[in-house]
Design a binder for this molecule. Structure first.
Ligand SMILES: Cc1ncc(COP(=O)(O)O)c(C=O)c1O
Length: 379
């Protein structure tokens, strides 16, 4: 619903009120209620109950070829357990992009491994499989696995990453946290976040999808104390299971997804229309037309991020540097191995998360476009 009384296609600037960078909307209580009643009926609340099984099956159906889906309490846990299930040498290095959210690196460390930050391609904002292959040629014995990260929901070249795995023998785990919409290929194991801030959110949650059923079983075992077919713990593990209540929200969210996807797309298109002619703002290729995600990260003139963010703040418009200065800059990862990172540094200084939500109205969009025009003209 429009928030300021404007029609969704009315691009008149809205009355001044702050525009939030994100305004997540999860399924309404009425949509969840039928599933909650099923929980009441079954009196099954966790430990792979009927709703978690149904959610995993429906998520699996989204893939082009049969995929096993393992739900988890969040995507960070899914990445951690996905790495652990690969049986890598403890303390070995895992290649990941510096241009990612801190969760990717935390998961590597939680899995008993070491992050090795590598630069991204300036056009895709993601790891370049050919550049990583060249690194592998120089350091074959130092690299245990690679985590390509889907930049804000964009999909990397999965054929190229499959070829990389086949050529090098190095396992690849795709961090597709924001790529619920774009991920339909589970040849490589991939992890999606179902956090409230994602396009399909259930509060906290995530899943790993893979075509390798045996690997999925190992990940599953790690989510449930190392149990498999008995109550004897077979391997060191944790508890990362999703509850039936979380699955109820997930199922309701999936019911609403076709309509919600269109609503996200419509808002994205309005934002694009409002900025037609603004040649200094670049959306991610395909964003809002081929695929959608819950954030709008745009590329601005080099070095202008802070200045533009400050100008928008003056206009009561909230923005976010979703990945800050780059993951490698967090004190938590000081001392981690890293390659030269000029593209990451450049992206940190030239990209910005604009406000975006499923029901942002035309007035808010017009205000964002106007504030951006003004800020960029002043530069
Ligand atoms: C790239 C990336 N990886 C991992 C995560 C972690 O997801 P979760 O919050 O479900 O643990 C996020 C969260 O936004 C993310 O952006």
């Amino acid at each position: 619903m429009p928030l300021h009384g404007a029609s969704p296609l009315d691009l008149q600037p809205a009355a001044r009120a702050s525009v939030a960078v994100a305004r997540p909307r999860l399924p309404a209580a009425d949509a969840i209620l039928p599933y909650l009643r099923q929980i009441d009926e079954a009196r099954w609340y966790s430990n792979f109950g009927p709703l978690v099984c149904a959610l995993e099956e429906r998520l699996g159906d989204r893939f082009a070829t049969p995929a096993s889906v393992v739900t988890t309490v969040n995507a960070t846990q899914a990445i951690t357990l996905g790495l652990q299930a690969m049986d890598l040498e403890p303390g070995a290095h895992v290649i990941l992009p510096a241009w990612t959210f801190v969760a990717t690196a935390h998961a590597v460390i939680q899995a008993g491994l070491k992050p090795w930050f590598v630069d991204v391609d300036p056009a895709t904002w993601m790891l370049d499989p050919w550049a990583v292959a060249s690194l592998v040629r120089r350091h074959r014995h130092d690299i245990a696995a690679v985590i390509p990260v889907c930049a804000f929901g964009a999909m990397p070249d999965l054929d190229a990453w499959n070829a990389f795995r086949a050529d090098t023998g190095i396992p690849v785990l795709v961090d597709a946290a924001a790529a619920f919409d774009t991920l339909s290929d589970a040849r490589l194991p991939a992890v999606v976040s179902l956090h409230a801030t994602k396009v399909l959110g259930l509060g906290e949650g995530g899943f790993l999808a893979t075509e390798d059923a045996a690997y999925a079983l190992r990940v599953r075992q790690l989510t449930t104390y190392g149990f498999q077919d008995s109550r004897e713990s077979q391997v060191p593990a944790t508890n990362a299971k999703l509850s039936e209540y979380a699955a109820a929200v997930g199922l309701a969210a999936l019911d609403g997804w076709p309509g919600d996807r269109l609503r996200f797309m419509r808002t994205a298109q309005m934002l694009r229309i409002a900025m037609i002619g603004q040649r200094q703002v670049h959306f991610q290729p395909g964003w809002g037309s081929d695929w959608i995600t819950s954030v709008c990260t745009v590329a601005l003139p080099e070095g202008s991020t802070d200045r533009v963010a400050a100008a928008l703040r003056q206009a009561d418009i909230d923005t976010r540097r979703w990945w800050g200065e780059g993951c490698h800059r967090s004190p938590a990862f000081a001392g981690c191995r890293q390659e030269p990172l000029p593209n990451t540094e450049r992206l940190a200084a030239s990209t910005l998360g604009l406000p975006f939500s499923i029901d942002m109205d035309g007035g808010e969009i017009a205000r964002i476009a106007h504030a951006l025009d003004t800020a960029l003209a002043a530069g």
